[in-house]
Unconditional design. Structure first.
Length: 405
């Protein structure tokens, strides 16, 4: 091939590019619309466009609320910006400084918005993105706005500098983190991991494991299928029902657990603890609140100053010893008729206090008291004996009652 033929081929290639380039640009203009108009006391910019059928979505914005809705045929978006300025020209300058890029790279659609030269003082942004339900993954980041995802079958990750986060109708694993906003989860099919610096957390229904942590807000779980680990720096914790093991800890709030299908661990710096029922060993520890445990096969509970009420039922699994202890408070124990148990109880400073029992098999003994502190102890076995139940209070009454169920 001679040099003249090569040069001719190169010229044809360049000419073809010059013809194709305007056509490609025209396709971009068709796929995206950009208009500026007056909206109340602000100027608004609306950008609409589409990004085809990518399997993954990645959203990263420096400012703004992001909402993703599943169920569409392809990926499309509406971006709404607001600049609170007196003049249209100044608003357009702010819009130009808020650089928005939308593109597809490989199997991932990208929407990126970032400031060029610093953010405006009064500026708002909302991103509405519609996607197919069968997305493999959605990942979004916003420096301070709210984030929500609804109707997606794949994995979802969301991060906000301080806004609220909400999920509903999600099929894959969920990860969410916000600097201080609330997190609200509707009905989801897999594991969830939720972290907020200080807001509240609420989970309506999760078929996977739940890991939820707040710096100080409340944590509420309505229904969980595979266990939960819940932690807050000072708020309350509430679980209505959970099929697996539950571990709940708070720096000072109350803990209220409903029906738990496995073991339960509860710890609070000073709040009260309440449990409706559990299928495994229960641990309950509070610095000074009351403890109420209902329908438990075994329990180890301790409070610094409150009272304890525990209702024991027969165990269908492993037999464990139990221990109930308070420094200053009454302890009341309810025992089901078919419980096999060995009892050991004591009141260290029993002046003015006593041990009472509905069971003849529990023998009460008194020592001292004439010229010093009186100590009262009790021992006995029910239904031939079994795991040991130790009950101790420094000053308070102890009662053993017969339960009807």
């Amino acid at each position: 091939m001679d040099e003249r033929y090569k040069l001719k081929s190169i010229r044809k290639f360049v000419a073809a590019l010059l013809v194709i380039a305007p056509l490609l640009a025209a396709q971009v203009l068709v796929a995206q619309d950009n208009r500026v108009y007056r909206e109340g006391d602000a100027w608004a910019r609306e950008i609409t466009g589409s990004l085809g059928n990518a399997k993954n979505l990645r959203v990263k914005v420096e400012e703004g609320n992001v909402r993703v809705e599943g169920g569409a045929d392809s990926i499309s978006y509406v971006i709404h910006n607001r600049a609170y300025t007196d003049s249209e020209s100044r608003a357009r300058r702010e819009f130009d400084s808020y650089k928005i890029s939308t593109y597809v790279h490989g199997d991932t659609a990208w929407i990126v918005a970032e400031w060029d030269g610093g953010s405006a003082r009064k500026f708002g942004a909302d991103f509405l993105i519609k996607v197919p339900r069968n997305m493999d993954a959605v990942k979004m980041e916003t420096d301070g706005g709210n984030a929500s995802v609804n109707g997606v079958a794949g994995r979802v990750d969301a991060e906000s500098g301080g806004g609220n986060i909400r999920f509903d109708d999600i099929g894959g694993v969920i990860n969410a983190e916000t600097g201080g906003g609330n997190i609200d989860v509707g009905n989801v099919e897999s594991d969830v991991s939720l972290h907020t610096g200080g807001g509240s957390i609420r989970v309506n229904s999760a078929k996977g494991k739940i890991d939820a942590e707040s710096g100080g807000g409340s944590v509420v779980v309505i229904s969980g299928s595979k266990g939960a680990v819940l932690e807050t720096g000072g708020g309350s914790i509430q679980v209505e029902r959970c099929a697996g093991k539950v571990k709940a800890s708070t720096g000072g709030g109350s803990i209220d657990l409903g029906d738990i299908g496995g073991p339960a661990e509860m710890e609070t710096g000073g709040g009260s603890i309440r449990l409706a029922s559990a299928k495994g060993l229960v641990h309950a520890d509070t610095g000074g609140g009351s403890i109420e445990l209902n329908g438990v096969p075994a329990a180890r509970a301790e409070t610094g100053a409150g009272g304890i009420v525990a209702k024991f039922v027969a165990s269908s699994g492993e037999n464990n010893d139990s221990e109930l202890e308070t420094s200053a408070g009454d302890i009341t124990v309810y025992l089901a008729p078919n419980v096999n148990i060995s009892v050991r109880a004591s009141i260290e400073v029993a002046n003015g206090h006593n041990i009472r029992s509905d069971f003849p098999g529990i023998r009460v003994t008194t020592e001292g008291g004439d010229y010093g502190p009186k100590t009262i102890t009790a021992e006995g076995s029910l239904n031939g004996g079994g795991p040991v139940l130790k009950v101790r209070t420094t000053t308070g009454d102890i009662c053993f009652r017969r339960s009807n169920n």
